[in-house]
Design a protein around this ligand. Structure first.
Ligand SMILES: *Cc1c(COP(=O)(O)O)cnc(C)c1O
Length: 357
């Protein structure tokens, strides 16, 4: 049998999480964000669990082709739009809707003789200062884009910088700036990512754009996934491959940085940063061994981690170790690793076997 390091992906949890989004979003349509291989969950399988989505959103045309290969015939949105002629042509082949956020894309549209195949999404920079036209250009760019739309919808959008913190005044300011910039334009609107779906109902508008929530991870600083009714969609697990006694005063692992304060029972689990487990996870990061909490001890290696089993009863070689998932939210692990949960789930590498349940 091969190394039993697995990411169990629960498609029923993803379907459930989509229904939670639907309940929160009322009449808004749902743009399910499946970029970055569906946040590390495997785009090809995940998009089959999202047949209730109104639109699937991807970052690259390659991801768009994956959705089509899996039989997604519905609306597809290219979140950053095309950045060159080849991408534009691929988007046309895909029948994808495109975000237009920059002057260079207006030129691209003007150069290609064909009009866009589907709706265009005009992105306004309401204050995040990453992508989007300045608010004062909204009307002028809207008029330019109408020439390329061929009667297809022109949707107005923006993106929030701080929606995960409900007390941050930035989000309401962004909403005001967006609304003022499009006041004289008529079109559907889209502003809300997962965090705004929860924290800023006034931003829901015509389309909400959930990503992280679909995978059962809380987008907010002050509410857990369980509080929101979300179910984690990824269970990252591996086997315990060794258990060793290490004496007081001896060190564990690379750098010999962890010195045993007493005689310890140390378990070795078959996962490391080569699998996407965060190398910067600190001593004390929780893991589950047979469902019981234990603590990471010593540095994370490429293929292995070491775990303090001293206080655990009956741990055996071959026991199952959970790194995150049911009973151990990835949000909690991220805090110990100076990371965000997005990074951890996206970072699981190809050698981890994905198992769909
Ligand atoms: C990634 C992305 C989202 C989804 O964000 P979450 O925080 O994962 O919900 C929404 N909109 C845009 C433009 C994005 O790039």
């Amino acid at each position: 049998m091969s190394r039993n390091t697995t990411a169990q992906i629960d498609l029923a949890a993803i379907r459930h999480n989509l229904s939670v989004v639907k309940n929160l979003a009322g009449d808004s349509r749902i743009v399910c964000v499946v970029k970055a291989d569906a946040y590390g969950h495997g785009l090809s399988r995940v998009c089959r669990a999202l047949d209730d989505a109104d639109v699937l959103a991807v970052a690259t045309t390659g991801e768009g082709f994956s959705c089509r290969e899996q039989g997604w015939a519905g609306r597809l949105l290219l979140l950053e739009g095309p950045s060159n002629a080849e991408e534009f042509d691929d988007a046309v082949t895909l029948g994808a809707e495109m975000v237009v956020h920059h002057e260079s894309q207006l030129q691209l549209l003007a150069q290609r003789k064909i009009s866009a195949p589907a709706a265009l999404w005009l992105k306004i920079d309401s204050g995040m200062h990453r992508l989007g036209f300045p608010p004062e250009r909204a009307t002028e760019v809207f008029k330019q884009l109408q020439q390329h739309c061929n009667g297809r919808p022109l949707i107005l959008m923006s993106h929030f910088a701080c929606a995960d913190d409900r007390n941050n005044p930035m989000t309401e300011r962004q909403i005001r700036i967006f609304d003022a910039s499009v006041a004289s334009l008529s079109g559907e609107m889209s502003l809300a990512n997962s965090a705004a779906i929860l924290n800023f109902p006034q931003s829901h508008r015509d389309y909400v754009r959930p990503g992280i929530m679909l995978y059962g991870v809380s987008p907010c600083t002050d509410r857990s996934a369980a509080d929101i009714g979300l179910q984690p969609a990824m269970n990252l697990g591996c086997d315990l491959i060794a258990i060793n006694q290490v004496s007081e005063g001896e060190s564990i692992g690379y750098g010999a940085g962890f010195i045993c304060p007493h005689d310890m029972l140390v378990g070795v689990a078959a996962i490391g940063y080569g699998d996407g487990y965060p190398r910067h996870a600190e001593n004390g990061t929780p893991v589950l061994v047979n469902g019981q909490r234990a603590a990471l001890t010593g540095r994370v290696s490429m293929d292995m981690i070491t775990i303090d089993l001293t206080h655990l009863e009956n741990a055996q070689v071959g026991d199952r170790v959970t790194l995150w998932g049911a009973g151990l939210p990835v949000e909690e692990v991220a805090q110990w690793a100076n990371a965000i949960p997005y990074e951890l789930i996206c970072g699981v590498t190809a050698r981890v076997k994905a198992i769909m349940v």
